[in-house]
Design a protein around this ligand. Structure first.
Ligand SMILES: OC[C@H]1O[C@H](O)[C@H](O)[C@@H]1O
Length: 306
């Protein structure tokens, strides 16, 4: 089984001519309210990829529609608690080049208690997978409980912050990072030195599989035996929000379905390439039939292996 301990946000998305500058008041030319949150996006991507996932989360009771979006996609929402506190939310600017800037307010996502963590742990079995991001509280306490129950931990340390460096990351089996997160994790300034980043990650976290997402430059994968690089499909990005989440959800679903690393990377890359051509977080995550349909016409991407 795959459990995802993750945020559920309401995203307020503003289309703007450029990202707002200090002191500036800017009029947006588009507004949408959609389901988001790295956690919810990743669960949705797992389900839309045909995988099975149980989401562990907290959502303000006035935003029940978001729960229905997840449930109708096939996410098990039984363990999403409806709260009196307001939901987490994000204020997202997207400019005319598809670039974004996000302000996050954690809201209910930061209300997990020890009692709730203990209750969630009663539904797991040794060998189950636990997926985490950095938008909920109590990560260290959750990781310690997960280790005690012999779960496999997949961690996406986003958004990156100083608290991540204090977590027992050596307990993770799989890490999803972008360049900035990787550089922060290993204390390097040069985030373009991919070889240096991957080598430092292997030294810091031996035995941990690393998936380093590079946006338009594709993705690197590293385990103890090999290092791979897969370029990205060249597409015109309208909105990159949730592209990383789509990649992660599709990769986790492909692994759950027994796919090998290379096909899992190819599927996840194609899903992310489709996602960036659409607006919004949850609404931009494709279903697997769309991914297979589109990729039928795409050339197979060349793979570098070392
Ligand atoms: O990764 C994209 C997500 O980051 C923030 O959590 C927003 O809610 C958005 O949906």
């Amino acid at each position: 089984m795959l459990f995802n301990y993750g945020s559920v946000n309401i995203d307020h998305v503003y289309r703007v001519p450029h990202l707002v500058r200090p002191g500036e008041t800017l009029t947006s030319h588009g507004y949408r309210q959609v389901l988001g949150g790295k956690g919810a996006n990743q669960s949705l991507a797992v389900a839309r990829a045909g995988g099975q996932v149980t989401h562990w989360g907290r959502l303000g009771q006035h935003d029940r529609w978001a729960l229905e979006t997840l449930a109708s996609a096939g996410v098990n929402t039984v363990h999403i608690e409806l709260t009196a506190e307001p939901s987490g939310h994000a204020v997202i600017q997207v400019d005319d080049h598809g670039e974004n800037a996000i302000i996050l307010h954690p809201g209910a996502n930061h209300g997990f208690t020890d009692a709730r963590l203990d209750a969630l742990m009663t539904s797991v079995q040794p060998g189950d997978w636990l997926l985490l991001q950095n938008e909920c509280n109590a990560l260290e306490r959750l990781i310690n409980r997960a280790v005690a129950r012999e779960l496999n931990i997949a961690f996406n340390p986003a958004p990156m912050g100083a608290s991540i460096l204090r977590l027992p990351l050596e307990q993770c089996r799989l890490l999803f990072l972008n360049r900035g997160e990787a550089a922060a994790l290993v204390g390097r300034e040069d985030e373009d030195d991919l070889d240096g980043l991957l080598t430092a990650l292997r030294q810091r976290l031996p035995g941990c599989e690393v998936v380093l997402t590079l946006g338009g430059d594709g993705v690197c994968y590293q385990d103890d035996a090999r290092r791979l690089h897969l370029p990205a499909h060249p597409v015109e990005a309208v909105d990159t929000t949730a592209a990383g989440d789509t990649f992660i959800g599709y990769f986790m679903a492909a692994r759950q379905q027994g796919q090998a690393i290379v096909p899992a990377l190819r599927l996840a890359s194609a899903a992310a390439a489709l996602c960036v051509q659409r607006e919004g977080a949850a609404p931009s995550i494709p279903v697997v039939s769309e991914v297979t349909e589109v990729t039928r016409d795409w050339d197979a991407l060349p793979l570098d292996e070392s």
